[in-house]
Ligand binder design. Structure first.
Ligand SMILES: [Fe+2]
Length: 269
């Protein structure tokens, strides 16, 4: 459970596979509601549902997403939960993402121009950068999901710095800071934090048990040990709140050594 002073700020998880029956996350509404209870106990107030994809049921995916989120919201409310759910999607960073957006086959976060994109776990093909820049040209703001889990980025964090300098935001998994994805992901997550190259922390939760549960507090505490309590807190409150409102997320100047220097604001909004 989060114990920091919230100062009225909402705790928001922008990467979560709680939407039931659509990907490798929650298998049923019962599992989704169990995840919701865990999240609420931990202090999370808003979850942006970000499944990998939706099954083809006809109609634009964005409409399917809204329908399913409405269903989840109603069930959670009936269980006495006060969590708020928003629509979203975790898009595989393929060259066709801009086209999917145009055709309604990709869902931005909470109806904004922010889009969660997932790089490959092993390599970092050149089309990733081309794709995110194409998204920017179309007025979208890509957020790279768990860059610390990509082997190429673990070996070369300059990739991330280059992207951040061009206005791409980085979302690190709370579980990475706790070693849930192995030593290399943990080292990369910590190094990216030290270099001011992380903007949002999120759970990337998949299940109601095991290490991929929707618990954000432990990761925030781990981050606080690196960047300080306030900055860690911002990454699960102020920054994701700006995302939900379609506003610019405050971005610190990337630093090779020290942390905490205030930088300029990047953003498209
Ligand atoms: Fe994910």
């Amino acid at each position: 459970m989060l114990s920091f002073a919230r100062n009225g700020r909402r705790v928001i998880d922008i990467h979560n596979h709680i939407l039931p029956g659509v990907d490798d996350g929650a298998k049923s509404m019962a599992e989704a509601l169990e995840m919701a209870r865990i999240a609420e106990r931990d202090g999370i107030q808003v979850i942006v549902t970000t499944p990998h994809h939706f099954p083809a049921e006809g109609g634009p995916f964005v409409q399917q997403a809204r329908t399913r989120v409405t269903e989840l919201q109603a069930n959670a409310r009936a269980q006495g939960l006060s969590l708020v759910f928003e629509t979203g999607q975790e898009n595989m960073a393929g060259p066709d993402v801009p086209q999917h957006l145009q055709e309604g086959g990709a869902v931005p976060l909470a109806g904004t121009r922010y889009l969660l994109v997932e790089p490959p776990f092993t390599s970092y093909p050149p089309y990733v950068e081309e794709m995110v820049f194409q998204l920017q040209l179309r007025g979208y703001a890509p957020i790279l999901a768990h860059p610390e889990r990509c082997a190429s980025i673990q070996a070369d964090q300059e990739i991330v710095q280059r992207l951040v300098e061009r206005g791409i935001l980085m979302q690190v998994n709370t579980g990475s800071l706790l070693g849930h994805y192995g030593v290399e992901s943990e080292k990369a997550a910590r190094a990216l934090l030290e270099r001011n190259l992380v903007h949002v922390l999120a759970t990337d939760a998949h299940n109601p048990e095991g290490v991929r549960v929707p618990v954000i507090s432990e990761g925030v505490k781990a981050a606080a040990g690196i960047v300080g309590e306030e900055r860690a807190w911002e990454m699960v409150t102020t920054a994701p709140e700006a995302v939900l409102r379609g506003r610019a997320v405050p971005v610190l100047e990337p630093s090779p050594r020290s942390v905490g220097r205030r930088g300029r604001l990047f953003g498209l909004f």
